[in-house]
Design a binder for this molecule. Sequence first.
Ligand SMILES: [Zn+2]
Ligand SMILES: [Zn+2]
Length: 210
Amino acid sequence: MITFAEVEHARNRFPNEKLFVCTACFQLTALVQGWARCACEPAIELNDPLAFDPTVALLCVLCARGAVREGQPFWWQGCPCCLEFNGQMEERLNRQFQMSRMSNTNYALAKHFSKSEFELKRMNKFIDRWTTEWESIFKWGRLLARELWETVPEWAEDKYIGVRAWEKKFPISKENTEQAFLRFTGWPNMALFESATAQENRRLAGVQNG
Ligand SMILES: [Zn+2]
Ligand SMILES: [Zn+2]
């Protein structure tokens, strides 16, 4: 639970901020009952099992830098750089990370409408794998956020950090996305983003082959 004194303190420390990073759970909170609640605050009861909590705003699950918040399509859980990278992964390697909240609902629906035993088995396997991966990337994002926070001694006593201040201190960039991804996967150091020229060449090759 957030106390009144904590809210006052956070607002004085970070004036003009509407959204804050909670340094206990490293999710975002608006510090009032409403559209953004962190994991330390009571969740709302959802009657529909296929629905998801619309009030949660998040730090990017891959790089922990950009905030996904009001005014953005919040079913994506990544900053623009990480989403661009994820899109390239799909095109180049036919492989994407689970960075969409919407997939949760889609898979639940698919499961709901799967008729045969075989279909259901396949779907369950898929959902299990998907959930495990989603959980591991989500955990990773929170760990990385803690690590970033610990690099700023003047924030050590703060329970809540203003999101704009956070984004200013930890800007999103392609380099940061690459770093985060390489550390998450343990892949060897390599350039992950394609240059515009490489993308264009690949597109042209595709046109010629097709
Ligand atoms: Zn929290
Ligand atoms: Zn990101």
